[in-house]
Design a protein around this ligand. Structure first.
Ligand code: PEP
Length: 258
């Protein structure tokens, strides 16, 4: 399995900025075949970023930050998987903690979206993670196990190869995030793996699990080398191609030294 390096841009970058970024990242990405890259722009930039990645032949998957679960309907302001499919995207991110926190997404809507994304042929990147209260009350693993179990309810084993999980502790994400210690991250990833194997047997070992939340140039190496950390899902530190490039070098070195 390649090691994954991806970034969600959230509500950042105009189309022009997105295209400049894509050119910058494509320039670096070709020198790092050990990584599977993915970028998750805003809806407005998706079409053109997809065209740019294809024109450059860049080894970068392109994804959307969300999807509705219905193919069409009276859902003002929403985007359907059919509409995303027309763009030719590789993946759909589902259940980011900001969606859960600010837009009332629940484990049950995450499940509907996961099923819809898989039905339409996308890879589904399902985000899970506990908040600080849950962590302090010793409920992280049970919370995350429940999130994974509900998100994947009804997902058939034959679709599992298109499922990816991102573990993103809510307390570690964004400007006010506190970076997580690597041993804690490893423990949670092992517990997610256990849940996946309970649900799918040995096939659960093939689902890539990424870590995200204030991954930066100082700590990115510390998360590498554990068999259940299969990638890094990065916000701010990957929003400029140059600092993303530094992550590529640091992670490459970390793997060499394992
Ligand atoms: C995120 O919000 O998914 C994220 C990982 O952001 P950051 O790296 O900026 O904390």
């Amino acid at each position: 399995m390649k090691f994954y390096l991806g970034t969600n841009w959230k509500m950042h970058k105009t189309v022009a900025e997105a295209l400049a970024y894509t050119e910058g990242l494509a320039h670096y990405a070709k020198d790092y075949p050990q990584f599977q890259f993915f970028i998750i722009p805003s809806y407005t930039a998706l079409w053109q970023v997809r065209q740019k990645v294809d024109a450059l032949g860049a080894p970068i998957w392109v994804g959307a930050q969300n999807t509705h679960w219905e193919d069409q309907g009276a859902f003002t302001g929403e985007i359907s998987p059919v509409q995303l499919k027309e763009i030719g995207l590789d993946l759909v991110e589902i259940g980011h903690s900001e969606r859960r926190q600010y837009y009332n997404e629940t484990d049950f809507t995450v499940n509907l979206k996961t099923l819809a994304a898989l039905k339409h042929g996308f890879k589904a990147l399902v985000c899970v993670g506990e908040n600080m209260d849950e962590k302090e009350h010793g409920a992280s693993k049970s919370k995350i196990a429940t999130q994974v179990q509900i998100a994947l309810n009804g997902v058939k084993a034959e679709d599992l190869p298109r499922v990816m999980i991102a573990y993103e502790p809510v307390w570690a994400i964004g400007e006010k995030g506190i970076p997580a210690e690597a041993p804690y991250v490893f423990e949670i990833h092992e517990s997610i793996r256990k849940t996946l194997c309970e649900l799918y047997g040995e096939q659960g070992r093939e689902v890539p699990i990424f870590f995200g939340g204030s991954v930066n140039l100082q700590n990115c190496q510390s998360y590498c080398g554990h068999p259940d950390v299969n990638g890094l899902f990065i916000g701010r530190t990957a929003w400029q191609p140059d600092s993303f490039h530094q992550v590529m070098d640091l992670v490459t070195d970390a793997w060499k030294n394992k």
